[in-house]
Design a protein around this ligand. Sequence first.
Ligand SMILES: NC(=O)c1ccc[n+]([C@@H]2O[C@H](COP(=O)([O-])OP(=O)(O)OC[C@H]3O[C@@H](n4cnc5c(N)ncnc54)[C@H](O)[C@@H]3O)[C@@H](O)[C@H]2O)c1
Ligand SMILES: O=c1ccn([C@@H]2O[C@H](COP(=O)(O)OP(=O)(O)O[C@H]3O[C@H](CO)[C@H](O)[C@H](O)[C@H]3O)[C@@H](O)[C@H]2O)c(=O)[nH]1
Length: 322
Amino acid sequence: MTKLLVTGGAGYVGSHCCKLFADAGWDVTVFDNLSTGWKEFVQWGDLIEGDLLDRDAISKAIDEVKPDAVAHFAALSLVGVSVTSPETYYRNNVMGTLNLMEAMTASNVSKMIFSSTCATYGVPQRMPIDESHPQAPINPYGSSKLMVERILADYSNAHDFEYVALRYFNAAGADAQARIGERHEPETHVIPLAIRGAMSDDYTFTILGDDFETRDGTCVRDYIHVDDLADAHKRALDYLFKGGKSDVFNLGTGNGTTVREIANAVEKASGKPLKLAIGPRRAGDPPALYADASHAKTVLGWEPKFSDIENIVNSAWNWHKK
Ligand SMILES: NC(=O)c1ccc[n+]([C@@H]2O[C@H](COP(=O)([O-])OP(=O)(O)OC[C@H]3O[C@@H](n4cnc5c(N)ncnc54)[C@H](O)[C@@H]3O)[C@@H](O)[C@H]2O)c1
Ligand SMILES: O=c1ccn([C@@H]2O[C@H](COP(=O)(O)OP(=O)(O)O[C@H]3O[C@H](CO)[C@H](O)[C@H](O)[C@H]3O)[C@@H](O)[C@H]2O)c(=O)[nH]1
């Protein structure tokens, strides 16, 4: 039976991937320090509670599980906090990954999939963004992810080590049965906050800028359903198991949705008007970001199936309602 160690499997994206990995008949063990994750999200495998910054703990977990591959989701990912506390981000995201990779090579575990991000591209020079777009992150979070991508590439050149880095655009939506969903604290992501505006009498959802050069003045982003992300991770692992070489893939739909369109979709899902205000732009927000994900289609045969914005928002609404 294929065995996987999943770091960060108690988090939002990781838990949805564990669900699909278990459905595929794979044996899943989660390694997570629960710093931003949730014990109750670990429903498809065992949990080893541990921190990647603890070298002994991760080495012990790798030795115990003897995984065929590692799916590495564990990271801190709040852009704003990474600007005020860069040391925490570099330590956790870069040193944590180095500890993991050293533990893997010491135990001859040679395959990894890694959660990267469109934040490694920085301010886009052209659209849609393909994998060859220059990478020039504009915050420490994005830099920490780019550093890991470079370490992975160097490791792959030097050792018997193959990886796939998946650069997600905006992960969104929730499990169709509402067992798990997006739960970040504090929450900064647009869909959960718009839903809060529809659910709570004392929360007003603020559109951060309506004077961008986009079709309705609000920012365009490429929202990809977490279950589509999970499918891409499963395919990336299959690719490595079949002997595929190290590679990097964008994961997005190629279509952009504006913040106003999100607000409209939330009103439709909830059946009530949203308490809404217009605020100033958030520093560092580019007007539009969307992916060219054709490489994932060509090599992995991956295409989004659940990422229609209505489906994304409805699944998120059902999870938050529960
Ligand atoms: N959510 C998005 O839109 C998005 C977009 C692009 C990339 N990503 C990346 O995807 C991954 C998952 O994101 P998410 O939204 O599910 O975040 P999340 O915070 O829900 O999950 C991260 C998990 O990692 C764990 N973790 C963090 N540091 C750890 C450490 N040192 N040791 C052990 N466990 C640790 C946390 O407890 C948590 O369970 C992250 O690497 C993130 O950078 C997310
Ligand atoms: O209350 C809010 C929150 C967000 N937005 C807008 O909604 C859009 C999406 O914002 P999110 O914070 O949901 O997502 P980002 O595009 O900023 O973030 C994504 O890209 C980041 C890097 O840039 C990280 O990778 C992050 O994890 C990922 O979700 C942005 O235009 C933002 O200005 C609002 O209008 N109101």
